[in-house]
Design a protein around this ligand. Sequence first.
Ligand code: FES
Length: 113
Amino acid sequence: MTTLGHAVDLGPLDDFASGEARQVLAGDRVLVVVRIDQDVYVLDDRCSHEDYSLAEGEVDVEAREIECARHGAMFALADGTPTSLPATRPVARYEARIRDGRVEVVLSWARTW
Ligand code: FES
């Protein structure tokens, strides 16, 4: 399996407040970006329980998780895994990085051949 992708600029790091979630559009995707100090996490902005924006939820900075504001499911920012019910399926997670003071996300897809 090969992973392909391309980096998309999401803007200056300073535009993302530490410990807060923010919805960002990148191409045809709706993402939630969470910055914690010098770490940046990017997930699909869609709870896997029902279709609800994770950007509406609170960030648990200590646990590095985000809470869905609708029913309270928690997701690990590092990989999108649900850590509490009612969500049982992961949310897609994207590689993110800081380069020259700007946030980039790698929008990737997996392909087998
Ligand atoms: S919609 Fe997110 S926990 Fe139900």
